[in-house]
Design a protein around this ligand. Structure first.
Ligand SMILES: O=C(O)CCC(=O)N[C@@H](CCC(=O)O)C(=O)O
Ligand SMILES: [Zn+2]
Length: 346
């Protein structure tokens, strides 16, 4: 009725995904935006009017639950989507929200059969899927390809893939900046700092992660963002994610954020090695409780892979994402050393 404010029902990404409430292809509108359910857990929201859509200068992918037990990023995106559905606002971006691995969320595990975040590659796209995670990687790559293929040349492309880490960390919030042969951008790192993510790892080689895929195939400003430690639903301290939420809201609704870097707070690391498990007989020399970014002295033993010792190659070399349980052939550990902000380019 005229003059009557339409009250929208909160759209819940998690419930809609897990309960199979939506049909792929289904779409609906609010006052400003058009919503499309592209696939299970894949939601596209864009300005309704063609003029607004043409004028918006950003294409943003926000993904969570690529690992099923990493709940804080799910809670964040569920909350952002609920707010947008209850109080519609004019978007400055086309946005693709992704809940990555629904069966693993139900199972409350990192994955079901295979680590989804090792399957984003051109070769996987060509291959016949042998398990649900391989199929999901193929489907998510197709969704991201389609999303960015609709971006106009002047539009910024962004993909933040949100995670939480298995173990404690000396720096609980940190980002992995995918390998950039041409250099790592100061402005992109400054945006991470605006989200209170002051620790950034500069990757040394291509990877088969979701963030690397969007960067390498679509030139997106992409990061894997670690937001504290894995916890069950309801146990996350969501107040710590407020700066990220504010940044994302600005990216979605406001002027493009152009913060400057804060060098005194920044902890920048270059990845020196990705250690892949080669043998069944594999061990790490330290406790599972040892925090990410714990440092070692040159020559100190980090682990053993069959008959080969894995030792620290530099004083101050630190460990990130150590995991003695990964399958043979998978990444079991990153080693990093601290770097200075002059490594970053404009
Ligand atoms: O805490 C851990 O050991 C893993 C946390 C996690 O899922 N990290 C991502 C990082 C991806 C990247 O290197 O960009 C992963 O391992 O997939
Ligand atoms: Zn993860």
């Amino acid at each position: 009725m005229k003059g009557e404010k339409q009250v929208m029902k909160a759209f819940d990404l998690l419930t809609a995904t897990l309960n199979g409430e939506m049909t792929p292809g289904e779409s609906w509108q609010d006052e400003f935006n058009v919503w499309q359910w592209l696939d299970q857990g894949v939601l596209h929201v864009a300005p309704l009017s063609p003029a607004d859509s043409r004028n918006c200068d950003r294409a943003i992918v926000l993904s969570c639950a690529i690992h099923g037990n990493e709940t804080a990023p799910i809670e964040l995106l569920v909350d952002m989507i609920q707010q947008l559905s209850c109080s519609p606002r004019r978007l400055q971006a086309r946005v693709l929200f992704i809940l990555g691995n629904p069966p693993a969320v139900v199972n409350q595990t990192r994955f079901i059969e295979e680590n989804l975040n090792r399957l984003f590659s051109a070769s996987q796209q060509q291959a016949k899927a042998k398990n649900p995670e391989q199929q999901r990687a193929i489907d998510l790559m197709a969704a991201v390809d389609q999303f960015f293929s609709q971006a106009l040349p002047h539009q910024r492309r962004v993909h933040y893939d949100l995670h939480t880490a298995i173990r404690d960390s000396q720096y609980p919030f940190f980002a992995v900046y995918p390998y950039h042969p041409d250099g790592f951008k100061r402005a992109a790192v400054a945006r991470m700092q605006a989200a209170d993510v002051n620790t950034v790892l500069l990757s040394h080689e291509p990877a088969t992660t979701f963030s690397y895929y969007s960067h390498a195939h679509h030139q997106a400003e992409a990061f894997t963002v670690e937001l504290g430690k894995v916890k069950p639903f309801g146990e996350n301290d969501m107040s710590k994610l407020q700066p990220l939420k504010q940044l994302l809201n600005q990216m979605l609704y406001g002027q493009w954020p152009e913060p400057t870097i804060a060098p005194e707070q920044l902890k920048l690391f270059t990845v020196t090695r990705a250690v892949h498990r080669q043998q069944q007989d594999f061990e790490l020399s330290f406790d599972d409780k040892l925090a990410n970014f714990s440092q070692f002295k040159q020559g100190q033993l980090l682990g053993r892979d069959g008959d080969t010792d894995i030792v620290a190659e530099h004083d101050g070399e630190a460990i990130v994402f150590p995991n003695r349980k990964v399958a043979v052939g998978q990444r079991a550990l990153l080693t990093v050393i601290q770097a200075t902000p002059d490594l970053l380019i404009n």
